[in-house]
Design a protein around this ligand. Structure first.
Ligand SMILES: C[S@@+](CC[C@H](N)C(=O)[O-])C[C@H]1O[C@@H](n2cnc3c(N)ncnc32)[C@H](O)[C@@H]1O
Length: 345
């Protein structure tokens, strides 16, 4: 439930004709009978309730988002976790959402606008395995992270969905080039949304597209990173049919992509920051094997205990400190969660 809407719970129950049962292990979460459809209800359309699996909510809460955090969501679309992160962030800090699928990220933008949550958010269509943009730290605390080069290029005005004709033409051309090359690595990520307090308004393009050196990342990188990697979705009953039709090659590709996403997410994390890696797959190949390989490669990565999980209806993964939610144990979709911190080199 959107924070602040709890007071209206009786009205919401009356409207959707169903009692909301508190999920007693996850604050702010309520469960509904599976036959209740909320998508057309007024409460949903007014943004008082969202539909998000409790295990996904748990993965976000593991990040321990606090006001002022600069958060990176490397696989953001369609955006349920991103919305929850923005809700937790309050009125300082920022969330940068990245996704390689433009149409999915556009749906995410619609959701942000529907829930009026986009104020501190920016969305980029980009490949998360190579994304390199720094968070925009505009508060006095971290001014030293800003570059001091002279800016001569034009500055971003407030976001409007009605883009000037010239700008739309430029964006369409950029998309065309991108699809021709079918890689985004050498191109600037495509900014498809930014909120009034995301740090983008008033900024020059040079500054927005400034990438971070490894040295800068240690102090100016993101405070929190979520890598909710694309997987074979076999932990979700809704998607299980798709998994049956996919083969060994799909699995191998997903494993490789997930490892690359995790590596890059971790590269962009500042020292002392937290990264959560999650997938909705139940396979060891997409979960524990990746964690194991990643820890082998990264002496500065430390797997963290998820203390909250003592109260949660989930099991330990095959590697201690990792978690697995599954439909039987947790009455949620399947989800694997691992939490890392970055140690000083
Ligand atoms: C499991 S979904 C993410 C769900 C999302 N976190 C949420 O809560 O709604 C995985 C997403 O990863 C995106 N993706 C796959 N490969 C990617 C890549 N290399 N870079 C960025 N996004 C990628 C897919 O387009 C998909 O939207």
């Amino acid at each position: 439930m959107k924070p602040g809407s709890e007071a209206e719970i009786e009205g919401i129950e009356a409207e959707i004709k169903c009692k909301l049962e508190k999920v007693n292990w996850l604050p702010g979460f309520y469960s509904l009978r599976p036959d209740i459809l909320i998508a057309n209800s007024k409460s949903y359309l007014d943004g008082k309730i969202y539909g998000i699996d409790a295990a996904s909510g748990a993965a976000v809460s593991v990040l321990n988002i606090s006001p002022g955090d600069h958060v990176l969501d490397l696989c953001a679309a369609p955006g349920a976790k991103l919305c929850m992160m923005l809700d937790l962030l309050g009125d300082s800090g920022s969330v940068t959402g990245v996704d390689v699928a433009r149409h999915r990220l556009a749906a995410c933008r619609t959701m942000l606008q529907k829930y009026s949550l986009g104020d501190r958010c920016r969305l980029f269509v980009a490949d998360g395995t190579t994304f390199s943009l720094a968070p925009l730290r505009v508060d006095s605390r971290s001014r030293s992270c800003e570059s001091s080069f002279e800016e001569k290029d034009e500055r971003f005005r407030e976001w409007t969905s009605r883009r000037p004709w010239k700008e739309r033409k430029r964006a369409a051309k950029a998309r065309e080039t991108m699809s021709l090359k079918s890689v985004t690595t050498s191109e600037n990520p495509e900014l498809i949304f930014y909120g009034r307090h995301s740090g983008v308004v008033g900024l020059s393009k040079n500054k927005l597209y400034k990438t971070m050196s490894d040295l800068e990342v240690s102090s100016c990188g993101y405070d929190k990173v979520l890598v909710d990697a694309e997987c074979t979705h076999d932990g979700s009953v809704k998607h299980i049919q798709k998994f049956e039709n996919w083969g060994w090659t799909t699995l191998q590709r997903r494993v490789l992509d997930a490892l690359k996403l995790l590596r890059n997410g971790f590269r962009l994390l500042k020292v002392g920051g937290l990264l959560v890696y999650s997938t909705c797959s139940l396979t060891v190949a997409q979960n524990e094997d990746i964690v194991e390989q990643f820890l082998k490669e990264n002496a500065s990565a430390e797997l963290q205990e998820i203390n909250e999980a003592e109260e949660w209806p989930c099991k330990s993964g095959r590697i201690p400190k990792t978690l697995r939610f599954d439909p039987l144990t947790s009455q949620t979709s399947g989800l694997f969660v691992a939490k890392f911190t970055k140690l000083a080199a």
